[in-house]
Write a protein that binds this ligand. Structure first.
Ligand code: CA
Length: 568
């Protein structure tokens, strides 16, 4: 299906559904499908979540003329920045630490409004936050800005004023759920997941009416206590893959990051998280795949009904979430046009899945040192696990790669249709896993793993390859085309029609020739880079990234343009 075909199909549906839809009414489905390159309307810029912009004013020949257009200091510190700014009608909407939301004039950086939910710290009665006081950004739809915040609320703000339009508590108050992910908008509903599997929660995703906040549907990712009855057939089926009393710790499977949507198929794709606790022998004694942990799941966008799933890590034992960014691509594979979904989840393998049927097409290691599985069986799509990987079953602790931070985490990958490459911010790491009994304590990590002691742990293995790296990955052959080592922790990536890929790395924003990987520009922006975006106003292309955390490394929005102020 061509993008043009997709556009007209949705145009038709949009006219039927809403005969008076116009741009003046705000962001709507037509506008998101059309995805004017001058804007960055959604988290991934388009429903397919490609993080690709066709803008080409800045290209590999003139990128060295980039200078600062403006900067804005985020007045809240204390956690890393992870948001992808959204740029609509000349306004940039983004988030900082502690669920702080702000709107800036995208041309000047002038603050238009901000909203600080002033959520207290955990020590002062605030929500318990399992895994970082971060936020990945907002969704804009109609005349509102939507944000999921740490205490589990989904909040709709007026786009012009930042005033609260409605609020809904999406998680049971006082529990171990939190929200860090960016909402998405599907079929007029705001889609939001949550976090907390390290503490022990049951994952789910919910859709709320964009206008009213009324709940449209909810889909749990793992079954609850069978004695309470199953919410749907998918949960009944999933329960057959679990044993013991998994519901006590919750099971896990939180949906805290990656999503994508295909409006032609009306399929919403979500990635699900790790098991709670991590250790399967504590969670589901005797084994089992434990559906739908660590899976890519396709749901009907309108209703949230289960359609298909592909489980990247059956019977997860290692915190190998499949919540990492999801991307929809149309590829020619073996001479055949395929509508696929791709993902590089924590477990170190890059997957290409038919997004209509869920059929496994290929899976290959993208990180160095992967040793929990030797390969993905290309017929069955299941990993061939190495015998030592199941530390609970062997009773022996083991260093495995990747570790719980994953070979790829929240950082957006990007696509360039001209090169045919996915640009993936990957990392190499290892972690010692050892079985420990779970004595479930709310508000604490309940992973069922221990660190052992220096006397009993084997020697930490030497790792090959750089700690962090930018990979150019060909999803058709499922292989690496080039790599550039990182210069510190990864940020996200952006691809553009200027034959460029931008990435955050360490304290830098760097630009690379998209075909060769050659670095063609760099700027110091501060340690802890979020993810870059680009947009155009009055004929000038801009490039924005947020970076920094506090002190001498202030959290700041950096915006660049050709012939801007000279860099230090
Ligand atoms: Ca986790």
């Amino acid at each position: 299906m061509s993008p043009r075909g997709a556009f007209y199909t949705v145009l038709h549906l949009a006219i039927l559904a809403n005969p008076v839809a116009t741009y003046a009414q705000g962001v709507d489905e037509l506008r998101v499908v059309e995805a004017d390159p001058a804007e960055w309307l959604t988290y991934g810029r388009d429903y397919a979540e490609t993080h690709y912009s066709p803008l080409n004013q800045i290209d590999e020949n003139n990128v060295n003329r980039l200078g600062i257009a403006w900067t804005w200091d985020i007045p809240v510190t204390g956690a890393r920045l992870e948001a992808v700014p959204v740029v609509v009608d000349g306004v940039m909407y983004a988030t900082g630490p502690h669920s702080f939301v702000f709107a800036l004039d995208a041309r000047t950086g002038e603050r238009l409004w901000h909203w600080d939910p002033a959520i207290p710290d955990e020590s002062e009665g605030g929500p318990s936050i399992c895994c970082g006081d971060v936020n990945r950004g907002v969704a804009v739809w109609g005349d509102k800005v939507y944000v999921g915040i740490l205490d589990g609320r989904l909040v709709a703000l007026n786009r012009e004023t930042g005033m609260i339009e409605w609020t809904v508590q999406t998680t049971p108050p006082g529990t171990d759920y939190s929200i860090t992910g960016a909402p998405r908008v599907v079929a007029g509903n705001i889609i939001i997941g949550n976090s907390g599997a390290e503490y022990g929660v049951r994952g789910y995703i919910t859709a709320y009416d964009a206008e009213t906040g009324e709940q449209a549907w909810r889909w749990y990712t793992v079954p609850g206590n069978p004695a309470d009855g199953f919410e749907n057939e998918a949960m009944r089926r999933a329960a057959e893959t679990w044993t013991g009393e998994w519901w006590i710790v919750g099971g896990g499977g939180t949906v805290w990051d990656g999503m994508a949507y295909d409006p032609n198929l009306d399929l919403l794709y979500i990635g699900t998280g790790n098991g709670a606790p991590w250790n399967r022998d504590e969670r589901s004694p005797g084994g089992g795949d434990n559906l739908f942990l660590s899976s890519i799941v396709a749901l009907r966008g309108e209703t949230g009904e289960y359609v298909w799933h592909y489980q990247t890590t059956p019977g997860d034992d290692w915190d190998y979430t499949a919540v990492q960014p999801l991307m929809l691509l149309d590829l020619v594979m073996d001479g055949r046009q395929r509508a696929v979904i791709v993902q590089a989840p924590k477990n170190g393998f890059f997957y290409v899945i038919d997004r209509i049927t869920g059929e496994f097409l290929s899976g290959q290691a993208y990180a160095d040192n992967v040793n929990w599985a030797s390969e993905i069986d290309q017929e069955t799509g299941r990993p061939n696990e190495t015998p030592e990987a199941r530390y609970g079953m062997t009773g022996r602790g083991v260093y495995l790669s990747p570790g719980p931070t994953g070979a790829h985490n929240w950082r957006p990958m990007s696509w360039n249709p001209a090169t045919g490459y996915v640009y993936l911010p990957a990392q190499n790491n290892t972690f010692y896993y050892e079985r420990a009994a779970v004595d479930y304590q709310p508000g604490q990590w309940n992973t069922g793993t221990g660190r052992g002691s220096a006397a009993t742990r084997p020697e930490r293995p030497e790792l090959e390859g750089p700690n962090t790296m930018l990979l150019a990955w060909d999803p058709v052959t499922n292989s690496e085309m080039w790599r550039v080592p990182g210069e510190g922790g990864n940020g996200g990536t952006l691809s553009t029609g200027g034959n460029l890929v931008f990435r955050g790395t360490g304290r830098l924003l760097t630009a690379h020739n998209a075909e060769t990987g050659e670095e063609v520009w760099r700027a110091q922006v501060g340690i802890g880079t979020a993810s870059p975006v680009t947009y155009e106003i009055d004929g000038s292309q801009y490039l924005t990234i947020m970076a920094g955390s506090g002190g001498a490394n202030p959290p700041r929005v950096w915006t660049f343009t050709l012939d801007g102020e000279t860099l230090n």
